[in-house]
Every structure is written in structure tokens, then in C-alpha cells.
Design a protein around this ligand. Structure first.
Ligand code: NAP
Ligand code: 8YV
Length: 312
């Protein structure tokens, strides 16, 4: 007797192939009439396969009376109403740890790109401008101070890489971590005032929405730079754009945005900004590992075993 699962959006090919082999997969995003699909098969659906952005829309979950678990491709699950699905007794899995290194790598790459102006220097050579004049001097990471908002699984990998780059490291979170050798700030704005780079790598949640406020960005100041590799929801994006444009904030390296894939037009023209299309975990190796975790968590559930990486 095959098990029916609902796939909310397209996933990694290897993940979809593995799920198609093991289950009856219903592709929600391909349905011409999504409501008709839910009406026809909703009662048969035992699991959802989704990602951190598409999540599990409540109006969909409400029509799946026999839903048992949700497998989320990604460590961030802000697209899933955890209290709601937990109240329904629905288990949720995500994909932590396998992506730590990839996200940390991109964070340092974006910091280097920003301080050494790598996108601009590349374009400078391609446009033949070096033939007439040198590119000019830039800043460097060595000796600079980084403040990490969210010294968690990924944040700790970012900190280790910043150490290798001979940076001073501080962090902010809800609680101090005594086993960590870095300076703890209980106040985010105070940390922003004291650092050159503010790296955002805390989860998207109601509590973190807008945590990087105009006040925090102003504290970071004209010599400071924001590096957001978490979620766009954590940053006051209107204030970010205004302060970058006015020179009251020195620069930004952004992998995530408030309304992806749409990016504020003003950012596209700015020279003191590095932009990335939410690529933190987007490597062949890491995405395969994430996809395998989704498959293995769903398989564990239907084998009556504990989830490998449970959220609730
Ligand atoms: P994690 O291990 O849970 O770490 C989260 C950190 O954030 C913890 O240190 C926590 O410290 C801190 N934090 C949580 N709530 C906070 C709050 N209200 N105020 C201040 N600090 C808070 O998570 P992770 O595995 O590192 O992943 C972090 C996030 O990165 C994910 O949720 C996701 O949104 C994002 N991400 C982005 C990409 C990308 O492609 N750009 C890829 C992967 C992940 P305390 O408990 O001490 O507060
Ligand atoms: C993915 C991420 O882009 O893991 C996360 O939270 O943001 C990235 O790894 C996303 O979750 C999957 O689309």
C-alpha cells in the first residue's frame, strides 16, 4: 500500500527521484486547480515535502486530515507555523548542520567581496579600464572586528573563519555562551556600535522580525557594514536602503531579502553593496546532503523510527 505525500514546490532532482520511488507524490505547484487536487487527494496525504520558503501553508494543512509529518528542505522553517502543526500532532524535520560550512564560506566570500571590492575590480578589468589607470586601494578583513548576531551552528563556523582572517569577534544572542571565547554583547545596538561588520545569522521568527532596526544600522554607522545571510525579515530593509544611500551606513553584503526574489531597485545601483540570490547553501554537495536528509527523515517516520533532525 503506497503512501501519499504532497510536494509543495520543485525540489532537487535527486530528492524528487528518491521520493517518487518510495511514495505516491502529488506535485502541488503543478496542479492547474490546487483546490481540486486537495479535495481529491487531501485525505490520503500522510506527509508534506517542502522547503523553508514555501513552507506548509495553513490553508493546505487544514485540508490534510491525516497529515503526520512535514519534511523541510532547509534549516530555517519560518515558512511553517510550528505551533499550529504541533497542535495537530504533526512532526516537522529540517536540515541543520549539513549546510553550516557552505553558508559560512559564502559569508566570508561576501565580506571579502565587499571590503576588497572584488565585483567592481573584476568589472574594471573586463571593461579595459586598467589599461589607463589602476583600480585604487580598498579595505581588508585583517584586524577588523565582526559582531555575529546568532552564534549558533552556522554562526560558530563563521566565527572560526573570521579568526583565521585575523579578525576580532563578538556576538549577540538571547544568552551568553560561556564556552565561547568571544565577547558577548547583551545589547545588539551596543555591539553594532563597536564592530566593523555586523553578520546576521539568527533564525527568521516573530521575535527576530526587524531586530536589525534603524537604530542598530545607525549604530553600525558610516564605517560599518551589514552582512545578512539569515532572512530578510530580520532587517528593516527600508532603513537599510535609506542609510546606505545617504552614506550613514558604509556598506552591505546581502544574500537574503524581504521579498525574494525581488530586490529593492535602489540596491542594484549601489557600489557599496554586494548582492547574492540566496545562495548560502546552494552547492552541489550541500544541497544533495540536505535533500538526503529530507528523504531519510520521511523514511524514518514511516518506518516508525524517530526523526533524524526533528524540529518539534
Ligand atoms: P541555530 O543553530 O539555531 O542558531 C541560531 C542562533 O540565533 C543561536 O545562536 C541563537 O542564540 C540566536 N537567536 C535565536 N533567536 C534569537 C533572538 N530572538 N535574538 C537574538 N539571537 C537569537 O541556527 P543555524 O543552523 O545557525 O541557522 C540560522 C539561520 O540561518 C536559519 O534559521 C536560516 O534562517 C538561516 N540560513 C540561511 C541560509 C542561506 O542560504 N542564506 C542557509 C541556512 C540557514 P540564543 O538562543 O542564545 O539567542
Ligand atoms: C535554502 C536556507 O535556501 O536552510 C535554509 O534555511 O535558507 C537555505 O538553505 C532554503 O531553505 C531552501 O530553499
Amino acid at each position: 500500500m503506497s503512501v501519499d505525500i504532497l510536494m509543495i514546490g520543485p525540489m532537487l532532482r535527486s530528492t524528487m527521484e528518491a521520493l517518487d520511488t518510495a511514495y505516491e507524490v502529488h506535485r502541488y505547484w503543478l496542479a492547474d486547480d490546487k483546490q481540486a487536487l486537495l479535495t481529491e487527494v487531501g485525505h490520503r496525504i500522510k506527509a508534506i515535502a517542502t522547503d523553508g520558503h514555501r513552507g506548509a501553508p495553513p490553508h493546505v494543512v487544514e485540508q490534510l486530515p491525516n497529515l503526520e509529518m512535514i519534511g523541510c528542505f532547509g534549516v530555517g522553517y519560518d515558512g511553517i507555523d510550528i505551533p499550529f502543526v504541533t497542535g495537530r500532532g504533526i512532526k516537522v524535520s529540517n536540515t541543520p548542520n549539513v549546510l553550516n560550512d557552505a553558508v559560512a564560506e559564502l559569508t566570508l566570500a561576501m565580506m571579502l567581496g565587499l571590503c576588497r571590492r572584488i565585483p567592481q575590480s573584476d568589472r574594471y578589468v573586463r571593461e579595459g579600464k586598467w589599461l589607463t589607470k589602476g583600480f585604487g586601494l580598498t579595505n581588508e578583513l585583517t584586524g577588523a572586528t565582526v559582531g555575529i548576531l546568532g552564534l549558533g551552528r552556522i554562526g560558530k563556523e563563521i566565527a572560526l573563519r573570521c579568526e583565521v582572517f585575523k579578525m576580532s569577534i563578538a556576538y549577540h544572542g538571547r544568552r551568553e555562551q560561556p564556552d565561547q571565547p568571544y565577547r558577548y554583547y547583551s545589547d545588539l545596538a551596543e555591539m553594532a556600535r563597536d564592530v566593523d561588520y555586523l553578520v546576521v545569522i539568527a533564525p527568521g521568527s516573530p521575535e527576530t522580525r526587524g531586530i536589525v532596526s534603524r537604530e542598530v544600522l545607525e549604530a553600525l554607522g558610516p564605517q560599518g557594514a551589514l552582512v545578512n545571510v539569515a532572512r530578510g525579515s530580520l532587517v528593516d530593509e527600508i532603513a537599510l536602503v535609506e542609510l546606505l544611500a545617504s552614506g550613514k551606513l558604509g556598506g552591505a553584503a546581502l544574500d537574503v531579502f524581504a521579498d525574494e526574489p525581488r530586490v529593492p531597485q535602489a540596491l542594484l545601483a549601489m557600489e557599496n553593496v554586494v548582492l547574492s540570490p540566496h545562495q548560502g547553501s546552494a552547492t552541489h554537495k550541500t544541497r544533495k546532503a540536505m535533500g538526503d536528509l529530507v528523504v531519510d527523515n520521511i523514511a524514518a517516520h514511516f518506518a516508525g523510527k524517530p526523526l533524524l533532525t526533528p524540529v518539534n
